[in-house]
Design a protein. Structure first.
Lengths: 311, 382
């Protein structure tokens, strides 16, 4: 068993993190809400990193590289639909939507779009324009055609999985910001980090974040080898855990940063607002849990004791 | 990156499940019950494991061990705990007393004890906690006074698991109250039938044998029964306990209980309230995460940069234990409190709930684990 990322992937992750951070991090993402150029700069940075040469569907190495790139994008709140473009079909970015209320992150960007729901039904889309929302500021309501065929199930699974890596990056960054804040912020004559209640809160957030990282690595490592039904359950499991962990860590970050964490000049505020779309869409964690329920008895939600899954 | 435990570990899991299904009754809930047959079951099962080199799987072969890989050891931990620890009280001797003896014991101590532990012939208990020193072990008060060439020990231990059934004890005592804290303690290897030792069981919700008081009234101990150097007990204790720092594979029993309960419910599972089924899904996800954190800790166990990986795994695992205990009780509803062989899963659900209460206390409290994780993240001590 090897639980660490391969060395070359870890190196690529470091390079990607540095390159994307050079764009200006979450503060650049904040400016991108009003300055169109920044989204083009984000694409250029991804292009520099070779993002659009990655074949995440057929090469496990490219998939891993795509995952750590998404993680770096999450950490910087990169204002670009990276997952959607990594999974583009015939040049059209693939959005994962809830047909009951279709919204597409960065759907107003020029270029073709196509959408799929969690069942793999495929739709032609007609994006409208951004609404200026605080939460998910790049979300664009869209109109869907009638179902128009299907996309492969693996595309849906990869979408959920790579999106979870973006969430992971945001969560790790929020924890790091919070860690630095409590180490520096003095109250009652000593750093917040010396109060045990604060230390325990950081410990719990740290364990949750580590757990999500391990789950993300595990899930991506067996995309190729797991039977299709187990792979799909794995993807739902990861997305549910990613959203739950994000809620916990963001709550921790806000609580420990106090009023500062609500200000857009704090990266926590930007990371929170910009990550909400991934945490809530295409469906809530409650719906994800419901979709996993048949997998408990069917064995798709694998444990040490589940038997073989029938096709 | 791969999560394959390896062929030898996978084969071991199959073999262990076969052994367990053949030799352990389905109603077995561990050695610590009111039924003396359960203790006999563990004694014979340990000898069976020992004869296959599986009891002390992690040990080098020269000490009677199986020389197993870390992933085989992981599988052994998982399967044993999943099936209510049919090694009974042996795991303490195997998991840390033996490894501590290998590192710090004299040639005579090794010769006397190691093959007996590897052979499943002897039960050890651990005389650390005291009425006024639990987590803060460096403050314990049991006193060892020099007496001729040896020592005479007086004091009291508490919460000592298996003290009634143990034949040996690793006893921590203060040998120099004036020394700096880390140098006050020494460890002694003491037979439990030595005059001056009295064991009093403590009735508890955990069941018999889990908790005892041990009174030490001028117990004579010879110089050659000191483990390691005199005054070095704190270091030996800390390093020895690190041998089992990954901790009990509690997630494995939780997964097993959920699997058995789901089988037991059959189609009724689909009729459980949606809120319960959602909690069930989340529990399985949390258990997967706990298992992966444990695997990460195992993969880093010889890595000095591992940091708090083992503490993170313990926090995740012990909290899952209690989460699953509550879930299963809520699944059972009004029959949750029933115990004994006629209760759900032969009483395993009720047994699990009671024992899970100790998960965040035993072998290093969750607060200590949080301190270790916080220390890595923030520096400092508290």
């Amino acid at each position: 068993m090897k639980t660490a990322l391969p060395e070359d992937i870890a190196e690529f992750a470091a390079v990607a993190t540095k390159r994307l951070a050079r764009l200006g991090g979450p503060q650049a993402a904040l400016r991108a809400e009003t300055e169109e150029q920044l989204r083009h700069d984000a694409r250029a940075a991804l292009s520099d990193l070779g993002a659009f040469d990655l074949d995440v569907r057929s090469s496990s190495e490219d998939l891993l590289a795509g995952a750590v790139l998404c993680q770096a994008a999450g950490a910087t709140a990169l204002p670009y639909p990276l997952v959607e473009e990594l999974l583009a079909i015939d040049g059209a970015r693939l959005a994962l939507v809830n047909p009951e209320a279709p919204r597409i992150d960065h759907g107003d960007l020029a270029g073709d779009w196509i959408a799929a729901d969690l069942d793999g039904a495929r739709y032609q889309v007609q994006p409208s324009s951004r609404t200026g929302a605080k939460l998910g500021p790049f979300l664009v309501p869209a109109t869907l055609s009638q179902p128009d065929g299907t996309v492969p199930a693996v595309d849906v699974d990869l979408h959920l999985t790579l999106g979870s890596w973006r969430i992971l990056g945001a969560v790790q960054q929020c924890l790091e910001i919070t860690r630095q804040h409590v180490a520096a912020r003095m109250q009652f004559g000593k750093p917040l980090a010396e109060f045990q209640a604060v230390r325990f809160t950081i410990a719990d957030a740290s364990v949750a974040t580590r757990g999500l990282h391990e789950l993300a690595k595990y899930t991506i490592s067996r995309v190729e080898s797991a039977p299709a039904q187990i792979r799909s359950a794995d993807a739902l499991v990861l997305r549910l855990k990613a959203a739950d962990t994000a809620r916990q860590v963001l709550r921790t970050a806000h609580q420990l940063l106090g009023a500062l964490g609500f200000c857009d000049e704090s990266d926590v505020s930007v990371l929170d607002r910009h990550t909400q779309s991934l945490m809530r869409l295409p469906v809530s964690t409650e719906v994800l849990a419901m979709r996993l329920m048949p997998g408990v008895r069917g064995g798709q939600l694998e444990t040490l004791f589940s038997g073989p899954v029938s096709a | 990156m791969d999560y394959d435990l390896g062929t030898d570990a996978v084969e071991l899991r199959t073999r262990l499940r076969e052994l367990i299904s053949t030799h352990i009754p389905e109603s077995f809930l561990g050695a610590c019950t009111d039924d003396p047959r359960d203790l006999a079951t563990t004694e014979s099962f340990c000898k069976l494991l020992a004869s296959d080199g599986l009891l002390a799987l992690a040990w080098p072969k020269e000490h009677g061990g199986g020389g197993g890989s870390v992933w085989q050891q992981t599988v052994l931990r998982e399967e044993m705990w999943a099936h209510h620890e049919p090694r009974g009280a042996q795991y303490m001797g195997v998991n840390w007393v033996g490894p501590a003896l290998m590192r710090y014991g004299t040639a005579e101590q090794k010769a006397r004890h190691l093959s007996a532990i590897a052979g499943g012939e002897v039960i050890w208990c651990q005389g650390f906690s005291e009425p006024e020193a639990g987590t803060d072990l460096a403050s314990l008060r049991t006193r060892a006074l020099p007496d001729g060439d040896g020592w005479r020990i007086t004091g009291q231990k508490v919460w000592t698991s298996y003290a009634q059934m143990a034949s040996w004890c690793v006893l921590a005592a203060c040998t120099d109250p004036n020394a700096p804290k880390p140098k006050r303690l020494s460890l002694f290897l003491v037979p439990m039938d030595r005059p001056g030792i009295t064991v009093r069981p403590i009735r508890s919700m955990l069941g018999p044998h889990h908790l005892n008081e041990v009174f030490l009234d001028g117990v004579e101990v010879s110089a050659d029964e000191v483990l390691g150097e005199v005054g070095d007990g704190w270091r030996v204790m800390r390093e020895a306990l690190a041998f089992e720092r990954v901790g009990i594979a509690r997630y494995a029993r939780c997964e097993s209980l959920l699997d058995r309960m789901q089988t037991d419910l059959g189609d009724d599972w689909d009729r459980l309230p949606e809120s319960i089924r959602a909690r069930w899904v989340r529990a399985l996800i949390d258990l997967r995460v706990a298992r992966l954190l444990a695997y990460r800790a195992v993969s880093l166990q010889d890595d000095p940069s591992a940091g708090a990986a083992a503490s993170a795994a313990r926090i995740a695992t012990t909290t899952c234990d209690q989460q699953v205990a509550e879930l299963l009780f809520d699944v059972l509803g009004p029959s949750a409190l029933d115990s004994g062989p006629s209760a759900s899963l032969h009483g395993a659900v009720e047994d699990h709930w009671r024992y899970a209460q100790a998960a965040t206390v035993a072998s290093g409290t969750i607060e200590v684990q949080r301190m270790l994780v916080a220390r890595e993240a923030l520096g400092g001590h508290g």
